[in-house]
Write a protein that binds this ligand. Structure first.
Ligand code: ADP
Ligand code: ADP
Length: 230
């Protein structure tokens, strides 16, 4: 079952003096349950593609269909609601809120969805257990290591039980041990809960964990290969 269908996506940024063609006719199908790395040189369009797939920005042309919903046609309000229920983001631009504890950062999304307090508490505990940070429930991000913060960000992305998690350079700035732990957490959730993961990365340690690697060059898909993860 196709869960993400990016259909002939082009994106031109016009805010600059010279328009930038960030994506050109990109065609990507992601099946439910896939674990995909999006790679390519800096500036090749990885973040732009993740933004389009997550409905954070609209393509100049082409459509994005997620779980049979053409999100490129949704109104801004419907899109916000769709994102909240269907897609988890682990993005640098969605940092953890420094004044909130782990449990508050994770529970915040559920609060936005008006999930009752008891249910919220249970879900937050379940997630903290999943990422192995039950003992950091009352710590704020500044009291956690980089790897621990990223794991909390993954837990937050999963709070609303999304079908899809999009992650932009999730292991950037992490040491090997933390990067491995984060990837193991993501791979486990992918296997056990059938959540579809798509993550951009430069990191060879991360690329080898993927089952499929899509390479962008100059805003186009240069290669798209299946592999056996190590
Ligand atoms: P990557 O994630 O692979 O590094 P990006 O998607 O960030 O690539 O960028 C693709 C191209 O689009 C680059 O040339 C970048 O400078 C340009 N770009 C990205 N975002 C914007 C923006 N908001 N305004 C103008 N140009 C942008
Ligand atoms: P992980 O691999 O889970 O990211 P680390 O190996 O980075 O964890 O850290 C090991 C231990 O050191 C953790 O239990 C964490 O509490 C502590 N620690 C690491 N960095 C920091 C930090 N910047 N502030 C507070 N505690 C830290």
């Amino acid at each position: 079952r196709t869960i993400i269908d990016a259909h002939k996506i082009s994106k031109i940024y016009n805010q600059t003096m010279v328009p930038v063609k960030a994506l050109q006719d990109v065609h990507v199908h992601i099946e439910e349950g896939e674990f995909v790395a999006l790679v390519g040189p800096s500036g090749s369009g990885k973040s732009t593609l993740l933004n389009m797939m997550g409905g954070l920005d609209k393509p100049t042309s082409g459509s994005v269909i997620i779980d049979d919903v053409e999100i490129t046609k949704l109104s801004e309000n419907k899109l916000i609601d769709f994102r909240l229920h269907n897609i988890g983001f682990v993005f640098q631009s969605f940092n953890l809120i420094p004044v909130l504890t782990s449990k508050e950062n994770i529970g915040f999304v559920l609060q936005l969805q008006n999930v009752p307090k008891k249910e919220r508490k249970e879900r937050v505990m379940e997630l903290l257990k999943e990422i192995g940070l039950e003992d950091k429930i009352d710590n704020k991000p500044g009291e956690l290591s980089g790897g621990q913060q990223q794991r909390v960000a993954v837990a937050r992305a999963l709070a609303s039980k999304p079908q899809i998690v999009l992650a932009d350079e999730p292991t950037a700035n992490l040491d090997s041990k933390s990067a491995n732990k984060l990837m193991d957490t993501m791979a486990k959730l992918n296997r056990e809960e059938n959540i579809t993961f798509l993550f951009s990365t430069h990191d060879a340690r991360v690329i080898k964990k993927a089952r499929r690697v899509i390479t962008l060059v100059d805003g186009r898909v240069d290669s798209d290969v299946q592999q056996t993860p190590i």
